[in-house]
Design a protein around this ligand. Structure first.
Ligand SMILES: [Mg+2]
Length: 225
């Protein structure tokens, strides 16, 4: 792994959202089971949880722009994931409720260190951004969960490309007035965040959501930046 403390000065810090700042709570399967039950569809939460990942991966492979090329396509993408998870297409209203559930802060919990990491970047006088494979639910979710303010929030549906395509980061840089080489990006996914950073020339700090944001490492990086 390259030494993140070396190289050009860091002039901005960006964060992935899901898996980095917050994770589903108590889990996708549990939320899907609870919401579907309100529509008379009774399923086991653990079974849904185990079916979610393969369904998600299958939809990602099939979609031209995973997570949706725009906000309308995002709902269609997630309807596909939901169909795969439940093993059958669900009524439109049920799909919408399942999709909307994850716009609510109550369906997520913060990764340890999330607030502190954002505060740390701001304390260094650095602009902050969220760079996420997400959609129109992202900004209200960030407000609801009490994170920020951020200087830029860019969801993949706003640019029609998804990470690892660097377009999402490049758009955040445009809004912040920096270039990707100025950016330290925190993210949990090597395939999405890591590859994007290599493509864009940004620096990547990996986050393990089970452990929390590596605040000591972040602090050390920013101290010499
Ligand atoms: Mg992530």
């Amino acid at each position: 792994m390259p030494d993140l403390r070396q190289g050009c000065a860091i002039r901005a810090v960006s964060f992935d959202a899901a898996g980095t700042l917050f994770v589903p709570h108590p889990g996708v399967g549990a939320v899907y089971a609870e919401v579907a039950a309100r529509h008379g569809i009774v399923r086991d939460a653990c079974e849904l949880e185990s079916r979610f990942r393969p369904a998600f991966a299958a939809a990602q492979r099939r979609w031209r722009v995973p997570y949706g090329a725009d906000d309308s396509d995002a709902l269609t993408f997630w309807a596909e994931v939901i169909s795969g998870t439940f093993g059958e297409p669900l009524p439109y209203e049920t799909v919408c409720d399942l999709y909307d559930a994850f716009a609510s802060a109550t369906r997520w919990r913060l990764v340890p260190g999330a607030h502190a990491a954002v505060d740390l970047a701001r304390a260094h006088g650095l602009p902050t951004a969220v760079v996420s494979n997400f959609d129109c639910r992202l900004e209200p979710l960030l407000a609801g969960i009490g994170l920020g303010p951020f200087d830029a929030v860019v969801a993949s549906t706003a640019v029609g490309r998804a990470k690892p395509d660097p377009a999402v980061l490049i758009e955040a840089c445009r809004r912040l007035g920096v270039v990707p080489a100025d950016v330290l990006h925190l993210g949990d996914s090597e395939r999405e965040d890591g590859v994007m950073c290599v493509a864009a020339g940004a620096r990547w700090l990996r986050v393990d959501p089970l452990v929390g944001i590596p605040l000591e490492e972040l602090s050390a990086i920013l101290a010499v930046a």
